[in-house]
Write a protein that binds this ligand. Structure first.
Ligand SMILES: Cc1ncc(COP(=O)(O)O)c(C=O)c1O
Length: 313
């Protein structure tokens, strides 16, 4: 079958931090016997750095991302050879070494080579990459909203893996859903959990608005505990809005006045259609617009209240 799905092209940067030092982009290679490659035994993060209106650059919520990275390795019993503080510094240094003002940062830890088999315990390798990456769902999607489809793939059960971890192997579930949606002509997939409740999109958390009340799936459901989700909750509650973290059904989305996705890569992206049903008027709603604007302003240091979320470099 002809494949029509295509990810975003990545423009190489100069250096990648790999196992304790910087190497040229093309030399950051791994051996095919790395067990992380065979069994998906690894963890990663997606972090963004932004250039502010004043020309200063900062990483958004770096502390929380590094914490989740280390937590994910703990969930997998991966022995990380670096401390949280060291990883925090290495993320900043990767941006400096590559002379970047804004970037997408990707720390990755995985089990390297040595023994083979599901019970192998090999040295853990760590890399930090940075490249320029626009909105994951496209600038047009961010402006006008995207079209989403409920996936035929179910978001994994809370007990079939470890949903609090950002574990590489778990992304087969997300990738199957994403590819299915793209091949069917949609922009993104929304996955239901094994009880039939809406969980999240393939790589973003989800919020909806109905009759001025905002709903998002709770952390007791099999969702990643998104750092953007946390930022959005704070922005909404600070603005005096009620948010209910509660399960809801697929058709609740069809009846929503507004729906949006949020994640580091996709930032805040409105959804204008789910399963071919128009959401609200089909135009981006006022609450979505407000959250999107405040979020983007916060990332660029233009919301004094949220300055604590930024680490300048
Ligand atoms: C499955 C999944 N859900 C939600 C998110 C959003 O998380 P965050 O806001 O921390 O980027 C991501 C992105 O990392 C993800 O992969």
């Amino acid at each position: 079958m002809a494949q029509t799905v295509s990810g975003a092209a990545v423009k190489k940067t100069s250096k990648i931090w790999f196992d304790g030092g910087f190497v040229p982009w093309d030399e950051a290679k791994v051996h095919v016997m790395s067990s992380g490659l065979h069994y998906g035994f690894g963890v990663y993060e997606g972090i963004r750095a932004y250039e502010g209106a004043d020309g200063r650059s900062a990483v958004f919520r770096l502390r929380e991302h590094v914490r989740r990275f280390v937590d994910s390795t703990n969930i997998l019993l991966l022995e990380l050879p670096y401390s949280r503080e060291q990883l925090f510094e290495c993320c900043l240094e990767t941006l400096r070494v590559n002379g970047m003002k804004s970037a997408y940062l990707r720390p990755l830890a995985f089990m390297g080579e040595g023994g083979m088999g599901l019970d192998a315990i090999n040295p853990v390798r760590v890399a930090i990459m940075a490249w320029e990456w626009g909105n994951y769902l496209g600038e047009e999607g961010a402006r006008r909203g995207i079209r989403a489809k409920v996936s035929s793939f179910t978001r994994m059960h809370v007990n079939s893996s470890a949903v609090r971890g950002k574990i590489t192997g778990q992304y087969v579930n997300s990738a199957l859903a994403k590819r299915e949606a793209k091949l069917a002509g949609y922009d993104e997939a929304i996955l239901l959990d094994s009880n039939g409740w809406v969980s999240e999109a393939s790589c973003e958390n989800l919020f909806l608005v109905r009759d001025s009340v905002i709903y998002t799936p709770p952390l007791s459901s099999p969702i990643l505990e998104g750092i953007t989700r946390n930022s959005v909750l704070r922005i909404l509650r600070d603005a005096g809005h009620e948010v209910r973290e509660t399960p809801f059904t697929r058709d609740t989305m069809y009846l929503a006045d507004e729906l949006f996705l949020c994640g580091t890569a996709a930032e805040v992206t409105p959804v204008r259609e789910v399963d071919d049903r128009r959401i609200g008027s089909g135009a981006v709603g006022p609450l979505t617009r407000m959250v999107q604007e405040r979020y983007l302003r916060a990332t660029r240091g233009e919301e004094p209240k949220y300055k604590e979320w930024l680490t300048c470099f």
